[in-house]
Design a protein around this ligand. Structure first.
Ligand code: ZN
Ligand code: ZN
Length: 366
């Protein structure tokens, strides 16, 4: 009768002592349990039935329990073992639940400290936090933090839109306010850069990127329907001459290059990028005030679209009466399909699909 002494909520269902049904007490709560040993008395063939909650507690140990069933020398010993396994697991669960409550409380304290007005979003499990900062020019900047299990001990992962790499400095005692402060300082250092980029976005036709983010350092600006210039601005030094790459037919971009080289010393760090470029290149950039974007969004002569996934037309026929533009991908596919074309190393030699004039296209690694 040892079993009924240690497990008072079980009742014996047969006279041989092989079938028990009722409840088992774990940490003060009762869980449904039924154990049936076959007439042979072999424990390894016993069936154990538990309620859903008890099953959930024992689930990670199902292999161990099976093994113990075959090794225990008595049903009593076996019941004592599963009781001990389940109670240990309940203790572990309780610690995990406390950890999770502690984490939420800590994060809420940190949000309180930061101010709810600076918070744009927080996920239900508090693992993802978006903080928002509006700069002096009323541009909105968002810092996304992803907190790990060991927050605040471990540095959260962080995602921001800045033109340079941002490293979050973190210590075990850091809070959201520290992260926000670092972001604020970083955003402030790029005001001059963003002002310059904003002027370009407002006063020219930017062909690329389609929707520039705060991190984008380059702009492809239309000069005329068949020529554009891609500039890359140094965010730490936005007043110096940006890196310039012209796109268009050889004869169209040659005078621009020459003009730039001849006037390069005239770059004035006190005036804007557009003023400077206009003077160096001797061009007036077409602007939304004087033209429509469609005039500069020339479609590819092969697929008749402007944007092909991320690509925009970058190959131009050099014949002055043609100047048709093509996507690099489209032109490569077209020329490769023709027996009249030939390839040497990474260059394909063929003819313009429009005017038949000889054309070459370089294969770029993608
Ligand atoms: Zn195309
Ligand atoms: Zn052509």
């Amino acid at each position: 009768m040892d079993i009924l002494h240690d497990f008072p909520y079980l009742t014996l269902q047969d006279i041989k002592g092989l079938h028990y049904d009722g409840f088992i007490e774990l940490k003060g709560a009762l869980y449904r349990l039924e154990v049936k040993v076959p007439a042979s008395g072999s424990l390894s063939e016993a069936t154990v039935k538990c309620d859903a909650n008890f099953t959930r507690i024992l689930n990670p140990f199902s292999d161990i329990i099976k093994q113990r069933l075959s090794q225990c020398d008595s049903l009593h010993g076996f019941l004592k073992e599963i009781q001990s396994i389940a109670e240990n697991q309940l203790d572990r669960n309780a610690v995990a639940a406390t950890d999770s409550t502690m984490f939420c409380r800590q994060l809420l304290d940190h949000i309180e400290l930061l101010g709810w007005d600076k918070l744009e979003y927080v996920s239900d499990d508090f693992r993802e936090v978006h903080m928002v900062f509006t700069d002096v020019a009323r541009r909105k900047h968002v810092m996304k933090l992803y907190t790990g299990k060991q927050y605040p001990r471990d540095c959260p992962k962080c995602s921001v839109q800045l033109p340079v790499k941002f490293d979050l400095h973190w210590s075990a005692h850091a809070t959201l306010t520290d992260a926000y402060g670092q972001f604020e300082v970083s955003v402030d250092t790029f005001q001059d850069f963003w002002n310059k980029m904003a002027e370009i976005d407002a006063k020219t036709w930017v062909l690329e990127p389609e929707k520039p983010t705060h991190a984008a350092k380059h702009r492809r600006i239309a000069i005329n329907p068949s020529v554009s210039v891609q500039i890359t601005v140094d965010p730490n030094n936005p007043r110096v001459l940006p890196d310039c790459m012209f796109l268009g037919s050889d004869q169209a971009i040659k005078p621009l290059r020459q003009s730039m080289n001849a006037n390069i010393s005239a770059w004035n760090e006190e005036s804007g990028i557009l003023d400077n470029l206009g003077r160096l290149l001797n061009v007036t950039f077409p602007s939304p005030a004087t033209s429509t974007k469609e005039e500069f969004r020339l479609e590819c002569g092969i697929c008749y679209s402007y944007r092909l996934e991320e690509e925009i037309p970058s190959e131009v026929c050099n014949e002055s009466r043609c100047q048709q533009v093509f996507h690099q991908t489209c032109l490569v596919d077209w020329l490769r399909a023709l027996s009249s074309s030939r390839q040497s190393f990474n260059t394909i030699f063929g003819n313009c699909p429009y005017c038949e004039k000889a054309m070459t296209v370089k294969l770029m690694a993608r």
